[in-house]
Design a protein around this ligand. Structure first.
Ligand SMILES: C[S@@+](CC[C@H](N)C(=O)[O-])C[C@H]1O[C@@H](n2cnc3c(N)ncnc32)[C@H](O)[C@@H]1O
Length: 264
């Protein structure tokens, strides 16, 4: 194993995304035309409305990057780094995206220095290996222009009262992913930028209970469900069916912890 690969995230996480592949863009909360997408794009766009050079690290199918580029009316392609080749197959349909197959460490090592007005990660930073955080954050800071901003947008770990992932997934979450605390501590160690804001973004979106449960059963939405055994999945579905109590729709709480840093 090379020094670099030792620092990347566990295989099962990348395998989860590889197995969903280019269809990931049709899954829950990745559809281009949805209330959630409009809301999250507006939140990210507001981080730097004057941005003309954009990059997303861990861009998945690149759908959000493409839409954000259009929303901010940038005249350059949006730079996307994504380590899972199967997801990037979907990116070929977005003409305003320049996609590279590589993770955050590759972005830190190879993207252009002093170039971006806005770099963001959405639903991705929790996958960064703890050992790699300082290298990743030093690299991201290096890629920003002076006055450029990095927005880390990461889901708040679900608990029983918020997003219905069930007790088992909720309990496993902290052992599966890099914590917000580790991410923040690493970002705060970088001397070239300063913290502008640490906040929480929240929005309820009415969501189909059947679709949410189907995604859990198929393990093709959130990676946490790929970490459950078949028995745990079954138990989770039974638990959530009881919780929904026959409701067809439920208010899904999209809850993000967000840290914004600006380069000096
Ligand atoms: C939940 S998906 C989010 C994808 C995209 N940002 C979106 O919102 O649709 C998490 C993404 O992080 C990527 N990822 C995992 N480890 C990564 C790493 N070390 N560097 C960059 N991306 C990574 C996965 O391949 C996956 O595409």
């Amino acid at each position: 194993m090379t020094e670099r690969s030792k620092k990347t995230d566990p295989d099962w996480q990348l395998q989860h995304y590889a197995s969903v592949g280019k269809d990931y863009g049709n899954k829950h909360f990745t559809q281009a035309d949805s209330e959630f997408t409009s809301w999250i794009l507006e939140q990210i766009a507001a981080v730097n409305r004057a941005a003309n050079t954009l990059a997303e690290v861990g861009a998945g199918t690149c759908v959000f990057a493409s839409l954000l580029g259009k929303q901010l009316e940038v005249d350059q392609k949006v730079t996307c780094y994504e380590p899972v080749a199967a997801l990037l197959e979907a990116a070929s349909k977005y003409e305003n995206v320049d996609a590279t197959c590589g993770g955050a460490l590759e972005f830190a090592a190879h993207a252009t220095s002093n170039h971006f007005d806005l770099i963001y990660t959405k639903d991705t930073a929790h996958h960064f290996a703890k050992e790699a955080l300082d290298e990743i954050h030093d690299g991201i800071c290096d890629k920003l222009v002076s006055g450029g901003r990095y927005a880390m947008v990461v889901r708040t770990p679900p608990n029983h009262d918020s997003v219905p992932v069930g007790k088992i997934a909720s309990k496993k979450w902290p052992s599966l992913y890099t914590s917000l605390n580790d991410l923040l501590q690493s970002m705060r160690r970088v001397s070239g930028w300063q913290e502008i804001e640490f906040t929480r973004w929240e929005k309820y979106v009415s969501t189909s209970a059947v679709e949410w449960l189907d995604g859990i059963k198929r393990r093709d939405t959130w990676s946490v469900f790929s970490a459950l055994t078949p028995e745990e999945t079954e138990g989770t579905v039974v638990e959530l069916q009881e919780q929904f109590d026959g409701d067809e729709w439920f208010p899904f709480l999209h809850q993000y912890d967000v840290a914004i840093f600006e380069k000096a």
